[in-house]
Design a protein around this ligand. Structure first.
Ligand code: FAD
Length: 478
């Protein structure tokens, strides 16, 4: 039976970071990927977090690390592990140099909104970082990569090595290899609806996964079967409203006038009762806020009048979207809505009157709430949520009226297993399970409370790199 120093389960961003570090340390390594292609959700990553990279130093972008640590702990309500965060923050700059030395190219260091400038953007996104950087490097150093092969079982042998069962995706044939160490890098469980429903996510049915579709919680199940602790914080990396469509993947609507007008403009959002639940303007600038507020509701609709639709198309909308939308209007919006109506997209509801619209979308308080909203708009004062007056557009006129149904997009989950400072997986008593590591999405519960902090961008992908290297450094030191 083939024996490896390390078997890495999952060839996404974290798996490749681990494989790169394993190659640097001349460990006999097998990287197993169930997909036809490698990269997983890592292919879509824009960039990684770092606080004192050479790139930042060249740009004189000085980041206060203590402030960052404090910000992340505060954002998580102190549910995050400060020790892990500190180690990660301290090593992140070196990880960017390490990536560059392993063929990964960056084009910009950026912030998100008013947040810290920590986001090191890959040239060609994660796809290029993996396929033109890390993957060729690890192959050149002899790391074995198998695709269309799923790790379906892990058993600990008497000598504490692991029997790793590999199942071919095509013909379901199996083989077993031995590993001194196993690193779980399967990217979390966003594509396992059952697991989503069994965790503390407020409304799992509202979550629309926007990822590779391959993050089915395998790493978590493999570890739990070995006695690992189930460790949930309810963290999905949410990024706000998505048009709820069964006909078309929601990400295909990103950047369209119809999507931007409901998710980027602080319009009236109502819940299943037909009542607002938030200051929409505080949400459109921070997609974790937007996602969390929406995820607390059963259903969410953005309510439009024909007048608003016409004004947004022909005249102007209130929140500038430059440079993404060059003018302060959406010239194609009316046409987009008509097209969606013709194509019968179920997210779009249209009715001649508000009462008919309320009946169609089953929101009992909508008519009454809109009346109240219009009175507040006339006074220029949102006594419910204090949305600035310039965003209080009355929903009135002759109709028709529109409701666009929204779900909450999510990129990844961030919990399920507890790891220690070495990324070893912990059992129910907090003891490490020998030779078992979890990294990336599988091992990131230590970083979060119930929310992904967006003010310090790139932290999840940066953690994939950090945790992958961290686990292997510990294996190499043994
Ligand atoms: C559009 C988009 C943009 C994003 N941008 C950013 C960003 O800029 N910054 C940031 O911090 N985060 C970002 N994220 C989140 C980021 O993509 C994830 O954090 C990251 O990809 C997680 O990496 P991973 O290695 O844990 O999982 P993945 O990259 O998904 O890799 C897991 C791999 O494991 C494989 N696998 C699963 N089960 C098995 C099994 N049993 N056997 C073998 N293989 C298996 C899967 O097929 C997959 O290839 C973004 C996500 C999306 C969707």
């Amino acid at each position: 039976m083939e024996e490896y120093d390390v078997v890495i389960v999952g060839a996404g961003l974290a798996g490749f970071a681990a494989a790169g570090e394993a190659a640097d340390n001349n460990l006999k390594t097998l990287l197993v990927e169930k997909g036809k292609t490698t990269g997983g959700t890592g292919n879509y990553v824009e960039g990684v977090f770092a606080a004192d990279s050479e790139i930042q130093q060249k740009e004189n972008a000085v980041i206060d690390k203590d402030k960052l640590l404090n910000e992340e702990l505060t954002y998580s309500h102190y549910r995050a592990d400060g020790k892990m965060w500190q180690k990660y923050i301290d090593q992140a700059g070196k990880n960017v140099s390490w990536l560059e030395n392993h063929g990964v190219k960056f084009w910009l260091v950026s912030g998100l909104g008013t947040g810290a400038k920590t986001w090191h953007l890959f040239k060609g996104k994660g796809h290029d970082a993996i396929h033109n950087g890390l993957e060729p490097y690890v192959k050149s150093k002899g790391v074995e990569i198998v695709t269309l092969t799923r790790v379906t079982d892990l058993k600990q042998n008497a000598d504490k090595t692991y029997a790793v069962t590999l199942t071919k995706v095509d013909d379901k044939s199996t083989s077993v290899v031995t590993a001194k160490n196993v690193v779980l890098a399967t990217g979390g469980y966003l594509n396992d609806q059952k697991l989503l429903e069994n965790t503390p996510h407020q409304n799992p049915n509202n979550i629309i996964p926007v990822n590779s579709g391959k993050n089915t919680g395998d790493g978590l199940h493999l570890a739990w079967n070995l006695g690992a602790k189930q460790y949930f914080t309810g963290m999905a990396m949410m990024f706000g409203g998505q048009l709820k469509s069964k006909k078309i993947p929601s990400f295909k609507l990103w950047g369209t006038a119809i999507w931007s007008s409901v998710c980027d403009q602080p319009q009236m959002w109502v819940n299943e009762l037909g009542e607002r639940f938030v200051d929409e303007s505080a949400c459109v600038v921070n997609w974790a806020n937007e996602g969390n507020a929406m995820n607390r509701q059963d259903r969410v609709f953005c309510i439009f009048s024909q007048k608003i639709l016409d004004d947004f198309t022909d005249k102007s909308f209130p929140r500038s979207m430059k440079p993404f939308v060059p003018e302060d209007r959406y010239p194609s919006l009316r046409d987009d809505i008509e097209k969606a109506e013709k194509e019968g997209h179920e997210y779009l509801h249209k009715a001649a009157s508000l009462a008919e619209l309320a009946a169609e979308i089953e929101t009992p308080n909508l008519v009454e709430y809109v009346k109240h909203y219009n009175e507040m708009a006339a006074k220029g004062e949102d006594s419910d949520f204090h949305k600035p007056a310039k965003y209080m557009l009355p929903v009135d006129g002759n109709g028709p009226f529109y409701a666009l149904e929204l779900g909450v997009g999510a990129y990844t989950t961030g919990d399920g297993l507890r790891v220690n400072i070495k990324n070893e997986v912990l059992d129910t008593k907090g003891r490490p399970i020998q030779g078992l590591y979890a990294i990336g999405g599988d091992g990131s519960a230590v970083l979060y409370g119930d929310t992904y902090g967006v003010n310090v961008p790139g932290t999840h992908a940066g953690y994939c790199v950090f945790s992958g290297r961290n686990a292997i450094e510990n294996i190499a030191r043994k």
